[in-house]
Design a protein around this ligand. Structure first.
Ligand code: AMP
Ligand code: MG
Length: 494
């Protein structure tokens, strides 16, 4: 591999030493490539052929640190399941550096599972193949669905075992993000009353993610507002696609508004607002319906951390922060309602739309209807009731429940006045056919871990790259699980 393969241009590493620990990844015994994301490599102006040769794989495994990299583990704190943890940090991830992609966007390249760091606490710094594949599958599916997310550039096996409940094959994921800066580092410095570091971090984040704010009157207050807007829009998109993050701790909330840290995440099959999959979420704190209020709560934590930057007068700072935080519900609702309108094929906005949408969701919950397929099959319906209604009706335990709602929906469509074919086209772009269904993700992981068979994983990744487009021979990927295939719990595997 050419030494100039990674033309890193690192800015985070120029921040003071108390922002991170500098260290190289810990080498592994015998790396083997699982998958390279060719399209993402090209987006990063990297040559896939160089990356898949032996020396490229050595980089993804952490055995070779490429020239111009400044490997480091970031320091941060966070609230985990509501409890304050003053010292977290990258316990098993090492940032290699930043690249400028084809569109001029700065992107972090990080190895996850690259060995212990000063922030590892009791952990081994490693990742198992299963969680690495899960993150690869789901993050790339989210990107294809059009939802802001970290990406997966490569997965490699280490040739070593990781010790969890069972011994598992070890793996490293190369993760790409617009940055890996979370709410957590702000809380870390705020807790240490390090206002200088807070300002440096905020300036760095503004320059990198919110450059329009550099010249406004109160950039730090504007930063808070902008993060609130992006997070509200992000969580609205999660809700609209049936995605449950599973571990919405403040250290897992990106300051740039990307979905980050895929652990026990899952997509809902049958719709129910109280759905929880994560094995560690005993009280359902991060259940589907709690995601918007939890995001709001996390952002209040960010606001609190930023207080020293908002005003020298504490009361005034609190007043400004509170006003900003109070905009969250409105921001969320605006994104969510607009998105739900698109899912329902509405081209205009009407006062009754919200009720129309929530009425459908309530009926879906009562009738155990599949979330994804209800909206997708709805996209095929015409203004007049006919045979095309059959597939969506069949998703409801009591199809009458759907029929009653469809009368109201059709009345609303008539008012909208858009031709069926045009509306159906629009709806198919808002309602995916393929999502990373838990039983498919599980099957891909089982085949890889138990039989060293990567075919199901590779096939799944390929199908999920075009989630809105019906693909020949891919019917099984659209189907909900059979009763015996239903996954009830997901695990973070850390
Ligand atoms: P998570 O909720 O998975 O994002 O992880 C929470 C914290 O635990 C972060 O600080 C991680 O870096 C750390 N962590 C998770 N797994 C490991 C591991 N296997 N070894 C060391 N640290 C870990
Ligand atoms: Mg995390």
């Amino acid at each position: 591999m050419d030494t100039s393969t990674f033309p890193f241009d690192n800015t985070f590493a120029q921040l003071p030493e108390r922002f991170y620990a500098r260290l190289a990844p810990t080498p592994v015994s015998s790396p083997r490539l699982v998958r390279l994301n060719d399209a993402l490599a090209r987006q990063l102006s990297l040559d896939p052929a160089q990356l898949t040769c032996a020396s490229g794989i050595e980089v993804f495994a952490g055995n070779v640190v490429p020239e111009h990299a400044d490997p480091l583990a970031m320091a941060y704190a966070g609230f985990q399941f509501g409890s304050w943890v003053p010292q977290l940090g990258d316990g098993r991830a090492i940032l290699l550096g930043e690249l400028i992609d084809c569109d001029g966007q700065r992107r972090d390249v990080q190895l996850k599972g690259a060995g212990p760091t000063p922030f590892s606490r009791m952990g081994d710094g490693r990742a198992g193949l299963g969680p690495v594949l899960r993150e690869y599958i789901v993050s790339e599916a989210m990107a294809a669905l059009g939802i802001p997310t970290t990406r997966s550039l490569a997965a490699v096996l280490t040739g070593e075992q990781v010790i969890r409940e069972n011994n598992l094959p070890g793996a490293v994921l190369t993760r790409v993000a617009s940055s890996h800066i979370r709410v957590g580092p702000f809380q870390y410095f705020a807790a240490r009353r390090d206002t200088e570091a807070l300002a440096l971090l905020a300036d760095h984040v503004i320059q990198r993610h919110y450059p329009d704010l550099t010249s406004v009157d109160e950039p730090y207050l504007a930063l808070l507002g902008a993060v609130i807007e992006r997070q509200a829009a992000l969580v609205a998109q999660w809700q609209l696609i049936g995605f449950i993050h599973g571990v919405m701790n403040t250290d897992n909330m990106s300051i740039a508004g990307e979905t980050i840290d895929y652990g026990p995440c899952a997509f809902m099959d049958t719709y129910h607002p109280e759905t929880v999959y994560s094995s560690i979420d005993h009280r359902g704190r991060y259940a589907y319906q709690n995601q918007p209020p939890i995001a709001h709560w996390n952002l209040a934590g960010l606001a609190q951390a930023l207080l020293p930057l908002l005003s020298e007068n504490e009361d005034e700072a609190v007043e400004k922060a509170t006003a900003a935080i109070n905009t969250f519900p409105e921001c969320f609702k605006a994104s969510y309602t607009a998105g739900l309108g698109r899912k329902l094929g509405l081209s205009t906005v009407d006062v009754g739309d919200e009720v129309l949408g929530s009425d459908l969701l309530e009926r879906m919950a009562r009738n155990k209807a599949d979330f994804t397929l209800t909206f997708r099959y709805l996209s095929a319906l015409s203004q007049t009731q006919n045979d095309a209604d059959k597939p969506v009706r069949a998703l409801f335990e009591d199809p009458d429940g759907f029929d009653q709602w469809a009368v109201l929906w059709r009345r609303r469509l008539a008012h909208d006045g858009v031709a069926d074919s045009e509306r159906q086209d629009q709806m198919r772009k808002a309602n995916p056919l393929y999502i990373p269904r838990n039983h498919l993700v599980e099957a891909a992981i089982r085949a890889a871990e138990d039989s060293d068979d990567l075919a199901p994983f590779n096939h799944l990744v390929t199908v999920l790259a075009s989630p809105y487009q019906q693909q020949p021979g891919a019917d099984a990927y659209a189907e909900p699980p059979a009763p015996e295939q239903v996954v009830h719990q997901t695990f973070c595997g850390t």
